[in-house]
Design a protein around this ligand. Structure first.
Ligand code: NAG
Ligand code: NAG
Ligand code: NAG
Ligand code: NAG
Length: 189
């Protein structure tokens, strides 16, 4: 080989070594089989009751930011609550606990009772135990049915898509406690 060819050979080898080394050293990204994202599509409908307990010893729903004074008693604009609400199989609080709704909700309307809901449904039953469904949506409290998107999930709900329909089962104006029926339609792997 003449000097020119040797130089060129060395240049290519170094380049190759540099690429291999970069992959090995960083471990930052690898291609995976695209079928990982479309294995099986399960479709499930869950129904449970979301218990917003605002008063008493066992409250699970607390104001963390109060409403802007001007909207006290009307739309409660600005109010932010944090929740760890029981999800029960039946409408009675004493019925079986099947999960918890953990997250926050906030009044985001100046004119009506309308909440931004951001929450995870952490389920406890059987193969769903430890898996979560994540909801982010708009909840106009006085509408008969409110639809909110499912934006993802974990565990058996990986890659979840779908929606939840909420409707008020009962509301106690004295305590502020509310029981809301949730029908959750979810497709997932
Ligand atoms: C998903 O569907 C498969 C095939 O029908 C089934 O075996 C599996 O239990 C389902 N998984 C869930 C979490 O429902
Ligand atoms: C709180 O929960 C406990 C245990 O379940 C129950 O005995 C008690 O009556 C509840 N208190 C209220 C105010 O609901
Ligand atoms: C609105 O509510 C806040 C928090 O409870 C309270 O501090 C404020 O005085 C109330 N304003 C009016 C106008 O009622
Ligand atoms: C769910 O999983 C947790 C932690 O693994 C376990 O302690 C609990 O008993 C399980 N619950 C049900 C209802 O299987």
């Amino acid at each position: 080989m003449d000097a020119y060819k040797i130089f060129f050979f060395l240049l290519i080898s170094c380049y190759t070594i540099a690429i291999v080394a970069a992959q090995d050293v960083t471990g930052f990204v690898n291609s995976i089989d695209p079928n990982f994202f479309k294995k099986r599509q399960n479709a499930s409908h869950f129904r449970f009751y979301w218990q917003d307990i605002v008063g008493g010893d066992n409250a699970t729903s607390f104001d963390i930011i109060s409403s802007i004074p001007k909207y006290n008693g009307t739309s409660f604009f600005g109010l932010v609550k944090i929740i760890d609400n029981p999800l029960t199989l039946g409408p009675q609080l004493s019925s079986k606990l099947v999960g918890r709704a953990q997250g926050i909700y906030a009044s985001t309307s100046t004119t009506e009772l309308n909440f931004l809901m951001i929450m995870n449904f952490a389920l406890f039953e059987g193969k769903y135990n430890g898996s979560t469904i994540t909801i982010l949506g708009r909840n106009v409290a006085n509408n008969k049915v409110r639809e909110m998107p499912i934006i993802g999930g974990s565990g058996v709900f990986r890659f979840a898509k779908g929606f939840a329909e909420a409707s008020t089962y009962s509301f106690d104006p004295n305590t502020g406690d509310a029981t809301i029926e949730y029908n959750v339609y979810v497709s997932h792997n």
